[in-house]
Design a protein around this ligand. Structure first.
Ligand code: HEC
Length: 156
């Protein structure tokens, strides 16, 4: 047992002496630590070890239509335009759709088709949770008016 203890002590002291020697070899400097410089160096180093840049994801953008004017010659179209304001967040000003919202293009679509979809969503025949709060309170006249307005927007 004593032998073991003596052996352990000598090993530990040997390690201690060796590490002291290593400590001596390390250069000591009184230079002020500069965080800014360290950060710069780190950025440089990081840039050097990561030469391959991540490729930007290419998302197809909906074509932008500008300067579209729908002639609001009936009360229905006027009401439709007014009500469509709520839909713009997702479907875009010209009904061009928005990738980020996963909302399809509806501008220029047939009015009867648009109407049917919204009616079906209201009834729950076609499930669309995202849109539900926006169409819940629309009357059938409102839906018909919005559809008429959206159908007048350009398809392209
Ligand atoms: C919160 C975002 C959002 C809002 C606001 C919104 N929609 Fe939608 N709409 C969607 C999404 C998402 C879909 C696609 C659902 C699907 O894939 O079934 C959709 C689908 C539709 C469709 C079916 C299109 C097709 O080709 O079948 C019509 C019509 C429609 N929306 C009309 C409207 C109208 C009118 C309003 C305004 C009262 C409106 N939306 C507001 C998100 C929205």
């Amino acid at each position: 047992m004593t032998r073991l203890i003596v052996f352990a002590i000598s090993v530990i002291s040997l390690i201690g002496i060796l590490s002291l020697r290593k400590f001596k070899e390390e250069t000591v400097s009184n230079k002020k630590f500069s965080y800014v410089k360290e950060e710069k160096d780190w950025k440089k180093f990081k840039a050097a070890i990561t030469p391959v840049k991540e490729e930007k994801k290419v998302v197809a953008k909906a074509p932008k239509a500008t300067g579209v004017v729908v002639v609001l010659d009936t009360e229905e179209l006027k009401n439709g335009k007014k009500l469509y304001a709520k839909c713009i967040v997702c479907h875009g000003k010209y009904g061009e759709g928005k990738t980020a919202q996963k909302a399809p293009k509806i501008g220029g679509q047939y009015a009867w088709y648009l109407e049917e979809q919204v009616v079906n969503m209201q009834k729950g025949v076609r499930v669309n949770k995202a849109m539900m709060p926006y169409i819940k309170k629309l009357s059938s006249q409102d839906i018909s008016d919005i559809s008429a307005y959206v159908a007048k927007l350009p398809w392209k």
